[in-house]
Design a protein around this ligand. Sequence first.
Ligand code: HSE
Length: 296
Amino acid sequence: MKRVTIRVPATTANLGPGFDAFGCALSLYTDVTFEEMEEGLQITGCDEEFTGPDNLAYVSYCAVLASLSEEVRGVKIHIDAHIPICRGLGSSAALLVAGAMGANVLRGSRLSTQGLLNITNAMEGHPDNLAPAFYGGLTASMVDNGLPVTVNFPLHPDWEFLALVPDFDLPTAKARSVLPAQLNRADAIYNISHGALVLKALELGDEKLLRNAMQDRIHQPYRKSLVKDYDAIEALVRTNGAAFCLSGAGPTLLCITRDKKLDEKLAKKLDSITQANWQMMPLHVEFQGAHIIAAE
Ligand code: HSE
């Protein structure tokens, strides 16, 4: 095979209390095409600043070739990204996943999905975006002896995921830099208990339980000052009965609801209570993980 296009879903990580552990794939995609050539690196479809060898799709492409003990030849990479960049919807993980799968497929698909997750997790440092991007659906992961272990959890079919995406970005490194290094016991207990109930509420389709359980003391309280309009939007979403959390490291805010008209209800008030420009993206769960959409 000379050329392959990989489609990777967006992901929302953490889901409130499941910091660095829970994630869910969503119906928004980045497609990346890899085509081998004699020599050189050509990256198209993205801003000039991302066309060098530090592009994440190329970095993971090279890491997979290294782990296969295969030589890196020239490659053309074309990125067709619909996942907003640096907004907490897994745009970086999508590139890592695409690069890993692209390299593996072009050289004979010798590594399993778990093998690709192991390699990319060593680069990203936490599997909560990578795991749902590879496997689809709702996942929880732990890292044991440096290796990620992931399970899929069932989801009630009626959930709607409404992402509120602002016109400003928030680099993950900045959003992690404000987190305390140590936790107290009460906060750890709070997150463990709330996290378990979030998973059950998502399975049952229990909106009231989800609204109560989807609260966090490990990251959101520290990050919200980096996200303009956070408190006003949280109050609006909760008044309308939906569960609310920061998507990944932010700044996207996520509403989870069974109300198919939540977007219309929020639209009436959003502009008047916010300073930034917020785009509403109604999404659903994507149960299919990263996969090949074209090959020749
Ligand atoms: N769990 C990660 C965080 C997701 O919240 O920082 C972003 O990589």
